[in-house]
Design a protein around this ligand. Structure first.
Ligand code: UDP
Length: 317
């Protein structure tokens, strides 16, 4: 198949590129490198079945020739990124998605768009099933991301019903693994960096808010299965194992062998209090569930972060 992946140089996008290249498909990676990094995909450049386009999908997207699949993963995705780049975040979720749905229609290609657990906002239903409509503050700091992704879902459904485009929508819950940016501000890379560098772990609020962390290889498998299923309504892909942020911080301290402790910082505005996917649909429709425990996932991620920090320190010398 000929596959276009947007956000190709990002964390998830680059792992998806790896997967589709390994499976022998012709992969076209696209990224404007706003938050993505070429180092995530450099190893793919020598492969004859990989090409890269440095392009911003909010500008018209043209791909000559046939296309079988489109995976739309371009977007700033961590809270500090979309706080810094609110308008780009809204444009890529709206105008960017419009361009890719138009491309899918023109090429008769199947398109899978990346949505998010953020569509549930600060959820009052727990765990979150796909039927829950969410509790999002449209004008809060997270609104730019949440509403862009809600628009992405609405537009995707509109293309499906009005134009018969073959669409898939994945709602991605917190995912982690190698190639996350150490300084992207999210809890997991921040906690690992702090633990490795002997700093205190910054827990926001009292740390009673919960998240459920999915290892990247499980996420990629779930996405691939959804893409090849015939189900066009949104599907949650995430790990239902829930943990409070305070316990998570202590787990990382213990895992890395750090002797530091946690310190408490102010809770950001609209920070969701709880988040855990109901994955009944993924289990039933895709026969998918996570395979990688936090312990195993942490091991691989820690190796990556250690190497990253070493590389940085050398570069600074
Ligand atoms: N968080 C924290 N310390 C940090 C970064 C994040 O306590 O240094 C908290 C954050 O307030 C949130 C949780 O960890 O409650 C997960 O945050 P993250 O940014 O990783 O993802 P999201 O909020 O989008 O799930």
């Amino acid at each position: 198949m000929r596959v276009l992946i947007t956000g190709a140089a990002g964390f998830l996008g680059s792992h998806l590129c790896d997967r589709f290249v390994e499976d022998g498909h012709q992969v076209i990676g696209m990224d404007n490198l706003l938050t993505g990094r070429l180092s995530n995909i450099e190893h793919l450049f020598p492969k004859e079945n990989f090409t890269f386009h440095h392009h911003d999908v909010t500008k018209y997207v043209h791909i000559p020739g046939e296309l079988d699949r489109i995976l739309h993963f371009a977007s700033p995705a961590s809270p500090i990124d979309y706080l810094k780049m609110p308008i780009q975040t809204m444009k890529v979720g709206s105008i960017g998605t419009l361009h890719l749905l138009g491309l899918a229609k023109a090429k008769n290609a199947r398109i899978l768009v990346a949505s998010t657990s953020e569509v549930y906002g600060d959820p009052s239903v727990h765990p979150q099933p796909e039927e829950y409509w969410g509790n999002v503050n449209p004008i809060g700091p997270r609104g730019v991301y949440d509403e862009a992704k809600r628009f992405l879902e609405a537009l995707t459904m509109a293309y499906h019903t009005a134009h018969g485009v073959d669409t898939r929508i994945v709602r991605i819950f917190n995912t982690y693994g190698p190639r996350m940016r150490l300084n992207d501000g999210r809890a997991l890379p921040t906690f690992f960096r702090q633990a490795i560098q002997g700093e205190k772990i910054t827990v926001f609020g009292d740390g009673s808010q919960t998240r459920s962390f999915c290892y990247v290889s499980d996420q990629v498998e779930g996405i691939s299965r959804l893409l090849e299923s015939d189900y066009h309504l949104p599907v949650n892909i995430g790990n239902p194992e829930e943990i409070s942020i305070l316990d998570f911080a202590n787990e990382i301290l213990a895992f890395t062998g750090s002797k530091e402790e946690v310190c408490f910082k102010e809770l950001p505005e609209d920070d969701p209090m709880q988040r855990r996917p109901n994955i009944t649909k993924a289990r039933e429709i895709l026969k998918w569930e996570p395979q990688v425990s936090r312990k195993e996932g942490f091991g691989k991620t820690l190796d990556y972060f250690r190497a990253e920090i070493e590389r940085r320190e050398k570069a600074e010398k």
